[in-house]
Write a protein that binds this ligand. Sequence first.
Ligand code: COA
Length: 374
Amino acid sequence: MSDKKLSGAGLRGQSAGETTLCTVGKSGSGLTYCGYDVSDLADNATFEEVAFLLFNGELPNSAQLSTYKAQLFEMRDLPKALKEVLKLIPKDAHPMDVMRTGCSFLGNLEPESDFSMQQVAANRLLAAFPAIMTFWYRYSHDNVEIDCVTDEQSLGGHFLKLLNGTSPSEQHRRVIDVSLILYAEHEFNASTFTARVCASTLSDMYSCITGAIGTLRGPLHGGANEAAMDMILKFDSPSHAKEEMAKMLANKEKIMGFGHAIYSTSDPRNVIIKQWSQKLAAENGDTSLYDISVACEEFMWDEKKLFCNADFFHASTYNYMGIPTKLFTPIFVCSRLTGWAAHVMEQRTNNRIIRPSADYTGSEPRKVTPINER
Ligand code: COA
């Protein structure tokens, strides 16, 4: 066993608190939100229903859903000052930095004045994130100042229309909706834990979410879908993929989109998004990206008994929908915001500042030698 595992690095396997929001690797297909299996939600609910579920603990009835969607619809536009800030961010900025700045700046313009405003702040971010991402993207890349309001009823459809300027197909609407459902919540993952630690100091919602975005940015967490795409695009064929991956493993490189800190044999989100990737490949007519992805999956299982996590087939899925790779992780933000905000609210209901201890491994106690004697 490695030193990492012996020392309990990464807090692996330790419970850091209680939650009513989610189970990972415990029941059903392996992932549940408020008692509902994620596969059930992906088949039978919409992202807005899942957001309502995470915020209220129950799925909405149709009147509640209509009211909630209408509230979100009204909150989609961005303040002029935020648009001006987004226009200043360069084209080559990391899109997660854009999301972080957009979230933080909105917190300056519309602060969560007290905790009674927490749901308003969460809804505002949920409604505004698609426009924050696409307004910056279209302005910096295409020199187009888009209208941040669309007639699309769902947040997923709204995002696709903001990005492309045209209404998405029914299939693409459904795929992005399923994707947002799959990414919505995942218990005490690194970014959610960041949000909870921040909330435990009684900080505001925007600070909690900004910190979570920064944590999600890393390639070991949310950045894996982009990194997986970059890798897959380097492979010409399934056999080429296997050859190159063998070299990567020989060089002890981590293959992005594989493995998981909690799941040990499969990620329940993978089977769902993989099916959509396959459908989109068939729709596209060129299935090579999907075929190469399947070859990667087979290779990693045969060689290392490592399985695809949620990110791997998201890469080909988003690519088939024409979404630029650099926007993959920001889409994750648009979804996971629901889980983060729900955890912030949960932390606040029974709060104690999160302050673990550390095992000290540094120098023995010693005295300062005056600077001129060192
Ligand atoms: N590629 C190659 N080897 C991998 C791997 C991957 N994606 N994921 C894990 N391994 C190997 C490690 O090298 C390690 O081998 P060792 O015991 O010989 O040192 C072993 O499997 C355990 O990995 P470890 O990094 O200790 O697992 P973890 O629980 O700390 O990390 C992840 C989990 C997700 C961070 C890790 O699997 C990873 O880095 N995956 C790639 C990034 C990714 O897809 N992240 C998105 C997560 S949803």
